[in-house]
Every structure is written in structure tokens, then in C-alpha cells.
Ligand binder design. Sequence first.
Ligand code: C5P
Length: 233
Amino acid sequence: ALPRDLEGRRVVISAGGTREPMDPVRYLGNRSSGRQGYALARVAAHRGAHVTLVSANTADLVEPSGVRMVRVGTAEQMRASMLTESDGADVVVMAAAVADFRPVDRTGHKIKKTDRDPGALELTRNPDILAELVEAREAGRLSAEVIAGFAAETGDPDTTVLEHGRTKLTRKRCDLLVVNAVGDGRAFEVEDNDGWLLAADGAEYPILHGAKSHLASILWDAVSEQFARHEKP
Ligand code: C5P
């Protein structure tokens, strides 16, 4: 049986990939399926947590039962929902693939084949939601005990991926960071995953190749351990 170590905890998880409109019918998107975020939600709910899943675009996935769903499309919508939903949360996990940039002009006419000059697509930077959550906590506006992020890294050999992960954990100042190697059919659009779980205190756990629910269990174990440590007198 799964432990009920997250009983009563309020967790907010983002999942899926944002889509940034470039005209009324097209968007810039990414290959995130949402499977890892949905697995995190499902496992947390089984372990007793009150879960809110802020879901951007995903593959055709079954909604985890007993989980509150909030649907978003763009990075800006995800930002607004994450900031609202994380109010009062104990744990916030950013598992979504958020577009780093969005087209500046999204309301114009449909870009047509007959347009004499399609022009260049002008992009502007999206907010870094994870960074904003960490800043909100540092400013005392967010009380979440654990803020976790994901990092999809490419690199060969795998040690490069781990190095990128360590650097990113330091830069993002979150408590936990899951580092996945992506590319070559890894992590995105597939059922399984592997990588490392890095903690701000320097602890590093390898995550052996397995189902996304396996990775989810390891993350919740680490969260649970953090709670236990804080509760000790
Ligand atoms: O810097 P990088 O995009 O690799 O960091 C990945 C982590 O940051 C993920 O947890 C992702 O959900 C989050 N992120 C975000 N907002 C962005 C880009 C990434 O919250 N605009």
C-alpha cells in the first residue's frame, strides 16, 4: 500500500506544454505530453494530498481522480493560475514545459501563403513562473515549504546533463530539481523517464529508468522527508 504521508497537504502541480498563438489559427508549442505532471498529481492524491493540477496542453490523458483541474493554454495564463492557486499551498511543483518566448503579434490576420512577405516572427520573453514563485516566497508572499522544478537538458555524456542540473538548481533557488535527459526519444512524449533528483542541501538521488509514476514517488518521498525534517523539534 502507498503511504499516506501527504495527508492534508495542499499541493499545486503544473503540467503539459504551453501554446503561444502566432496568429488566429497557429501557435508555437512544444512536445510535452503532460504525463509526468499527471503522474505526480495521481501519486500525491493517493498519498493523501489535496491536489490542484494546472494543466496546459497535453496528450489525450485521463484526468486523475480526486484532483482539482485548472485548464490553461498560454504561459501567461499558467502564470496567473499558478500564482493564484499556490496561495496557501504547502508544495508547488512546476512540471510544465513553459514556452520561454511568445510571438509579439498574435491578434493579426491569419498569415497567408499569398502574403508577399511573411516577415520575421517577432518574439518576446515570457515570465519565468518558477523564478517568480521562488521570489514570491523570498518576499514572504508565498508560504510553500517546498518548491520543485524540472529541467530538461540535452548533453552527452549524461554527466553533462547532471552538471547543467546543478547549475540550474543554484540559479533557480528552488528546493528540489528533477533533471531529465531529453532528446533521442527520452522523457518527452514517452511513458518512462529517468534522471536525477537534486536537493538544495546538496543531496543527489539518481532516478533509474522507469515509469513516470516511479519518478513521481521519488519526488514525493523527498518532499515527505523535508516535511519530517521540519517537524522535528
Ligand atoms: O530554465 P528552464 O526552462 O530549463 O527551467 C525549467 C523549469 O522552470 C521547469 O520547472 C519549468 O516548469 C520552469 N519554467 C517556468 N517558466 C518558464 C520557463 C520554465 O516556470 N518561462
